[in-house]
Design a protein around this ligand. Sequence first.
Ligand code: PMP
Length: 401
Amino acid sequence: TWSNVPAGPPDPILGVTEAFKADKDPRKINLGVGAYRDENGKPYILPSVKKAEEIVQSSKPDKEYLPITGLPEFTKNSALLAYGAESDVIKQGTVAITQSISGTGALRIGGAFLARHYPHSKAIYLPAPTWGNHIPLFGDSGLEVRKYRYFNKETVGLDFEGLKADLKAAPEQSIVLLHACAHNPTGIDPTPEQWAEISDIVKEKKLFPFFDMAYQGFASGSTAKDAFAVRHFVSQGHQIALAQSFAKNMGLYGERVGAFSLTTADPAEKARVDSQLKIIIRPMYSNPPLHGARIANAILNNADLYTQWESEVKGMADRIISMREKLYTTLQKDLNTPGEWGHIKSQIGMFSFTGLTSPQTKALAEKAHVYMTADGRISMAGLNGNNIEYFAQSVDAAVRG
Ligand code: PMP
């Protein structure tokens, strides 16, 4: 029956982890996958998450089904976290929202909703480059995937002129995907002033903004600061779509906690949109899992735990920032590695686009047991005090050839 099924390629990101696992060298480093590691290179369960789990367990919760759109308290708090308590859409109750299978599931529900109900266009513009999974995800949702310029190879920075030109050239009312903060894979975000300009172009061209916010709090250490772009767009009167993930900022990766929301014109429209979200979700997976949403809600719902969580997110962000400083200093100052490495320091969030070429990344894997994606992206969270010197020396050797 399946003799005509061709073998597919391995996932470009998860494939890196497989190569890493097969390597027996004790010096090996995995900088491929975007999961936070502590200063000993170990997975990190946030203490606030442990406490939240205890609170959930002590309430002796049942295992009944959640409603189709998830735990209502959780989605309410998730919207508050993203849009802010002062936002008009929160005050007016016009955010249609559903729990989702983390950020990926949120994007997929959004893709399906837009493909079915957005009347103006099927075209979605993604930044080039973008998180690899965006491309098949939106294609499989029934949208037509296009690109806008984002990365400037020469400056290893934002191609703001290219970005503006491409959005201005897009057909009116196209959908545009924006990374809310900590752009993956480049680690390069627009400044607040640039966001304001992007908002103006989106308005002028009547584009529909779809924000992917997978790293709220992870970029700067402040959840409010990282929500700037989303909140600015909403304050400018845009209706937006938003995918939220709690994988990174709460370290709930495998628990699959997220939310998808749409801001609507009024409560009656919100109710109609909510009804259609249910119609999309019910035949997909019926209703979402309980445990992670209960944990996230226990944190968001409790002022003390929320404060503790924010300081732990900041702790993760600060450790990454200190690794950026250290890597920059070692390459640029100590080793005099050929090239300009300032972007390592200026980039934001979990990832850095190093500028290493695909042959250099291959040499790093083969000669130094250092693994990263072929585009030269590294997860800064995989670096720590024990391996950063070795990593910098290996990069230096690879660059010198
Ligand atoms: N969007 C972006 C930009 C991401 O980097 C990720 C995770 N790598 C996701 C969405 C989705 O992650 P998850 O489904 O684990 O929340």
